[in-house]
Ligand binder design. Structure first.
Ligand code: ARG
Length: 514
């Protein structure tokens, strides 16, 4: 993780030497400072400030600073900056030597990040920090990199690249959980359990069928994540602050070198478009809701009242007071995180709703919601997968929870098979259920005579219609719980899983023609 923590006056990433501290190469502190004052005539490195006489108030700096959030964009900002250097050379703005020095400098900056370079308290955002480090590496020529671009098109480009990358990771994490589901389903094709509607026992199904009912929502989530990645794959770079770049840079070249699929059509729209963030957050909200529903099923099934599943040691916690407790914390946190994704989506939608056109600083907050949701889901998915993987099903108890009254529909179908209309059959079976209830027994416990008295169409084979296995076996319709249908379903699940994340990318071409 690239999380940065604010410690005192400075923001640090960990135990790495900072500028001016022992261990930092001499070029660090001294050179940074020199470059900063060279470029701006102040001690803090800024990408703006020429038109101001006084400096910003500390309270403004504090609220404006986004480095603690956007620090993690550095690999993408470096990538797009290198592509921008090439584009500037291609447009005749930079000489070949200048663009090469900038590219090499950016590589060196990337190495400093990889080695744990920490932001200074004066770094407003990740773009500023990279600019500062680039000046430290290559001196004044670094100042030429920002020609024709703005942080407005820059941050959107970096965020889009980050999203495309995140969608790959998310897809892999979702598939990790789906693999566990397929394994559990494969092992429990023969075992039966009650299915529920209105949280009331409804009809028997195989455990595999129930398990796979949680697989397909995740399959749809994967398709939504791929679509969100496609939405992110539109290049805003070249839009400048709002009106477009005034230098003859090739956006097609930029698109190719950064792996975008297309180029944005309108610069005003491009710098303010956060639809791709909203789409990813919506995908994560639904994914969160699906994980939450799976978690809720498992938490219920793991209760003593149900006793359908037993959780393992690795994914449960104890109580500090009650020695007997085994709590499915990972599942409860998964359930809660569904709410968090929803909050992140709501926060973004509310942020963009009232904005005038063009970039507005409100948009800086998009990353807070985006990163929170992605981080949250990436924490939850493996924890849910692990919980499910070590979970065992008490198949005897699950089968025992199927009462013969749950086959009332099969009994009505039996009468339909004897030529009775479903309405009459439904009424007849309903009356029998009432009778059984009055006697305090299940349907199968009623003697044949009672059935025969209820309807002349009932014969001696009536009790066969009340068998759970027969009920399941009859449902071989595509998508049903019949064993052959479930086998086909499992095959479909395995084959969709075999297809990797279909996050589309353009060709990441090296278009430097030298
Ligand atoms: N940190 C800013 C963000 O994330 C960068 C864009 C700043 N643009 C500006 N005109 N101040 O949105």
């Amino acid at each position: 993780m690239n999380d940065v923590a604010v410690a005192g006056a400075e923001i640090v990433t960990g135990d790495v030497p900072r500028a001016g501290e022992p261990g930092e190469a001499p070029r660090g502190a001294a050179a940074d400072k020199a470059a900063a004052s060279r470029s701006l005539g102040t001690t803090s490195h800024k990408l703006w400030g020429g038109r101001f006489v006084g400096g910003p108030a500390p309270a403004l700096e504090a609220v404006n600073r986004s480095i603690a959030i956007d620090f993690r964009l550095w690999p993408f900002d470096i990538r797009l900056s290198k592509a921008w250097a090439v584009a500037l050379w291609n447009a005749g703005v930079l000489s070949l030597d200048e663009s090469r020095r900038i590219e090499a400098g950016l590589d060196a900056v990337a190495e400093r990040f990889s080695a744990g370079a920490a932001p200074l308290a004066t770094d407003e955002d990740v773009h500023t920090m990279i600019d500062r480090l680039l000046h430290a590496e290559i001196g004044d020529v670094a100042s030429k990199l920002h020609t024709g671009r703005s942080r407005n098109d820059q941050v959107s480009t970096a965020t889009r690249l980050w999203c495309i990358d995140a969608c790959d990771q998310l897809d892999a994490a979702v598939r990790g959980l789906q693999h566990v589901m397929v394994r559990q389903a494969t092992q429990h094709q023969q075992s039966l359990m009650p299915s529920y509607t209105h949280m009331q026992r409804a009809q028997p199904v195989s455990i595999a069928h129930w398990m796979l009912s949680h697989f397909w929502p995740l399959d749809r989530d994967r398709a939504r994540l791929a679509a969100a990645a496609r939405s992110a794959g539109v290049l805003p770079l070249g839009s400048g602050a709002v009106a477009g770049c005034a230098f003859p840079i090739s956006r097609v070249l930029l698109k190719g070198s950064l792996g975008f699929a297309s180029v944005s059509k309108n610069s005003i729209d491009a710098v303010a478009d956060r639809d791709f963030v909203a789409e990813l957050l919506f995908s994560l909200s639904l994914l969160g809701a699906h994980l939450s529903r799976l978690a809720e099923d498992l938490i219920l099934y793991g209760s003593s009242e149900f006793g359908f599943v037993r959780f393992g040691d690795a994914y449960t916690t104890g109580s500090s007071m009650m020695p007997q407790k085994r709590n499915p914390d990972a599942l409860e946190l998964a359930r809660a995180s569904g709410a968090r994704m929803l909050g992140d989506l709501t926060s973004l939608l509310a942020t963009i709703k009232g904005l005038p056109s063009g970039y507005n600083k409100d948009l800086q907050e998009d990353k807070r919601a985006l990163f929170d949701a992605v981080d949250g889901i990436l924490l939850v998915l493996p924890a849910v997968a692990g919980t499910l993987d070590e979970l065992t099903f008490d198949t005897a108890r699950m089968a025992a929870a199927i009462s013969s009254t749950m086959m009332a529909t099969d009994l009505a179908d039996y009468l339909v098979g004897k030529g009775i209309t479903f309405r009459e059959a439904h009424a007849t079976v309903g009356a029998m259920v009432r009778k059984a209830e009055e006697l305090g027994v299940e349907l199968h416990a009623l003697p044949l005579g009672t059935f025969e008295a209820a309807h002349t169409a009932f014969g001696s084979d009536v009790h066969d219609a009340l068998a759970a296995r027969a009920s399941v076996d009859r449902r071989e319709v595509e998508g049903g719980t019949g064993p052959r249908a479930v086998r086909t379903q499992l095959e479909a699940a395995v084959s969709t899983l075999a297809q990797g994340g279909e996050v589309p990318r353009g060709n990441e071409l090296d278009l430097r023609a030298d």
